[in-house]
Design a protein around this ligand. Structure first.
Ligand code: AMP
Ligand code: MG
Length: 374
């Protein structure tokens, strides 16, 4: 644990509820209890240009008033995020959308009715002079979503602003699914953290763009699956840059070109038709790596019975349950870092349902290194 995170947890022990930590304020929310004073305080910090991390149903976000350029710049600085990677704007009420975008297509409205609040971001033509130009990274579009988390919704409402909020991690690191992950990365760089327990889905929102002709392009797979989108839209396509797990660039979603979500160790994904062959191959490679002096780890599924010896073995749960894999993914990548693992092999999973997002993030974390064993 970093020095910064330690001082947060020390000061956090002083009293229940809001404390005065040395590093950044933590508003500790007890689950199932609404704490309007805490949220009003955090909302006021945001309204005054501060930057505050908060839970959503996907991962923790780092919020700033989307109309305040210096607040938005503070988000980019805290994360070390490249300036050409735009931020998603989070709203809590439908009417806020009309102030942000030039028009809403009927199909976009249907998708929002079906999946908002929820992990679906729609990229739409931005209204001029409402948002800080830093939010859209100079694009003529803005990505908007309404998160399905009571704390996120209450905080947005308390701030009275649409909140620009990327994931609350240092750029390049796995996204945070707990307040402790946020503190590890950012405690000395932001104004506060609203701690509302674990985030739910575990991978980020699905980013889509709807064309005038009714085609829906998935720019980034996420918590709303392609199968779910097909219940509302008849034509749903993966952005060409996303075809297959080895995709490198999704030009329409600038963020996808960066190495993302990565643990510090060198990671490769291993796929193949026979789980037994894949396991045997991984066992051999891990042993060889260990003999070279690497600290080795393996990311696998419960069904895998291979003996990986002293490698740090983490399971994403059953290979049949990709929702569970999504919720465990980033925490597992951070656990490898906590154990100073330098060499990681990860088993691939099915790309159906949220498995598409899991494989997309694994592939990004592995810098596109995918090995097929037959
Ligand atoms: P993050 O904030 O880390 O969850 O990343 C946001 C993702 O949404 C990145 O992949 C961005 O490139 C994408 N995104 C945000 N706004 C837009 C936009 N206006 N057009 C296309 N992609 C966007
Ligand atoms: Mg992110």
């Amino acid at each position: 644990m970093s020095h910064e995170a330690e001082s947060v947890s020390q000061s956090n022990q002083q009293a229940s509820g809001k404390t005065q930590p040395q590093v950044c304020t933590i508003w500790q929310l007890t689950q199932h209890t609404s704490q309007p004073e805490q949220l009003a305080e955090a909302g006021a910090v945001l309204a005054q240009g501060g930057i505050v991390a908060f839970p959503t149903e996907t991962v923790y976000g780092l919020g700033a008033d989307a109309g305040n350029t210096s607040a938005v710049e503070a988000v980019f600085a805290a994360k070390g995020r490249p300036a050409d990677n735009p931020l998603i704007v989070h709203i809590s009420q439908n009417h806020q959308l009309d102030e942000l975008v030039q028009r809403v297509l009927p199909l976009e409205r249907q998708l929002m009715d079906a999946f908002w609040p929820g992990p679906l971001t729609l990229v739409m033509p931005v209204m001029e002079d409402v948002l800080s130009p830093r939010v859209t990274a100079g694009l003529r579009t803005v990505g908007v979503r309404m998160p399905d988390h009571p704390v996120a919704l209450a905080l947005i409402t308390a701030s009275g602003k649409p909140l620009a909020a990327p994931s609350a991690n240092r750029s390049g690191r796995p996204s945070p699914t707990t307040a402790a992950h946020v503190a590890d990365d950012l405690a000395d760089r932001i104004d506060g953290i609203v701690d509302g327990g674990d985030a739910g889905v575990g991978v980020e929102s699905t980013v889509i763009q709807v064309k005038e002709n009714g085609t829906v392009f998935i720019l980034r797979p996420g918590g709303i699956t392609r199968e779910q989108l097909l219940t509302i839209a008849t034509d749903v396509k993966l952005d060409p840059g996303l075809a297959g797990v080895s995709a490198e660039i999704a030009p329409l979603a600038p963020g996808m070109k960066y190495t993302h979500y990565a643990p510090r160790g060198n990671m490769s994904i291993v796929i193949g038709h026979s789980p037994a062959h894949v396991g045997a191959w991984m066992q051999q490679q891990l042993l060889a790596a260990q003999q070279r002096g690497e600290q080795v780890g393996v990311l696998t599924f419960d069904e895998d019975t291979t003996d990986y010896g002293s490698a740090l073995r983490l399971s994403l749960g059953s290979a049949e349950q990709t929702e569970q894999a999504a919720s465990r993914l980033y925490g597992s990548l951070r656990t490898f870092d906590d154990h100073n693992i330098t060499y990681i092999l990860a088993q691939g999973c099915s790309e159906s349902g949220v498995g598409l997002a899991v494989m997309n993030r694994l592939s990004k974390a592995a810098g596109g290194q995918i090995i097929t064993v037959d």
